[in-house]
Design a protein around this ligand. Structure first.
Ligand code: 2RA
Length: 330
């Protein structure tokens, strides 16, 4: 497979290259692609140097698949051009996610919606991906009525400049450009992405709308508060789930433990629970603190953590490519 990575010089782009190599995706040629100012730069793939090319050259090189992580504007402009040239695009931006003609895919949840006709496939928002992976088996067994989620999101979700701001603040260096409207080190910002007219942030609305689309069920009610915290290992989420039907905790644990892509870490007596520091660099979603919400019938509380650059972005995109390949769609 000839694989183009569009946005190859960014944080997620770098992670896509690592994940392709680690998972031994059968790459015959890697094509790193970026905007004008990065053309000619070198990137490493499997220990070899490759030169970054521009969008038009990448299209001429006819990759089988292009994994985009270059922002919504680039995706809106360039993904259709790649698709018109017969190249299947897997897009990490929010540009196509809610487009009714595009599929929004988390392979463990809804890979079966994909067909060979899908030439632009959307990768969901990072905080949504890890939540739906956990919701899916529970919804199938107990039918979810409502989800209340509060997130604790890593600065890597904002990008490299945010990581630089965090470490500069920690080092007492005030000269670095500020990505957030407030200090992030030793702080918590109840604010991710831009505020909407309804008082929610765009990140919160993504979690609500994307969940319904991926789960293929608009009856699931979702409400979210998304929060940025000064960590880099991954996103954490406190999730409260109300079911139609009652459950027992042992079965919930068994179900989650048997779910592809999920690792249960739930042994409070030994202080075992998911944390960004242990999820960092991993492809799975980690779940713990599984307990009954004693304030309401048929309701569960849990805590999940995943590396937002991995399962929340790069890994999910590469898994979509793996599925397409397995099904002969690329
Ligand atoms: C964030 N969800 O963490 C975003 C990244 N896509 O800010």
């Amino acid at each position: 497979m000839k694989v183009a990575v569009v946005g190859a010089t960014g944080l997620v782009g770098g992670e896509i290259l690592k994940v392709l190599a680690e998972r031994n995706f059968p790459v015959s040629e890697i094509i790193p692609v970026a905007s004008e100012r990065s053309i000619g730069k070198k990137i490493l793939f499997k220990g070899q140097e490759f030169t970054v090319v521009g969008y038009d050259d990448a299209i001429k090189m006819k990759p089988n698949v292009a994994i985009f992580s270059a922002g919504g504007g680039t995706s809106l402009e360039m993904a259709p051009k790649f698709a018109e040239a017969g190249i299947t695009v897997i897009d990490n931006s929010s540009a196509w996610r809610m487009d009714p003609t595009k599929k929004l895919v988390v392979p463990e949840v809804n890979a079966d919606v994909l067909t060979a006709e899908d030439k632009i496939i959307a990768n969901p928002n990072c905080s949504t991906i890890q939540m739906v992976v956990v919701m899916k088996p529970l919804h199938e067994k107990y039918k979810i009525k409502r989800v209340v989620v509060s997130t604790y999101q890593s600065v890597t979700g904002t990008g490299k400049a945010a990581v630089d701001q965090l470490f500069a603040e920690r080092a007492g260096d005030d000269s670095v450009a500020k990505v957030y409207p407030h200090k992030i080190d030793l702080n918590v910002l109840p604010h991710i992405d831009v505020f909407q007219d309804n008082g929610y942030t765009k990140e919160e609305m993504k979690m609500i709308k994307e969940t319904n689309k991926i789960m293929g069920d608009d009856s699931i009610k979702v409400t979210a508060t998304t929060v940025r915290i000064p960590t880099i290992g991954g996103h954490s989420e406190a999730v409260n789930i109300e079911f139609e039907n009652d459950f027992d905790l042992a079965t919930v644990r068994e179900l989650l433990a048997a779910t592809e892509g999920v690792i249960v870490q739930d042994d409070p007596a030994n202080f075992l629970y998911p944390m960004p520091i242990t999820a960092h660099g991993k492809d799975e979603v980690f779940v713990g603190r599984i307990r009954r919400d004693e304030s309401q019938a048929n309701t569960l509380n849990l805590w999940c953590v995943a590396d937002n650059l991995r399962k929340g972005a790069a890994t999910n995109a590469v898994q979509i490519a793996e599925y397409l390949l397995k099904k002969g769609m690329i």
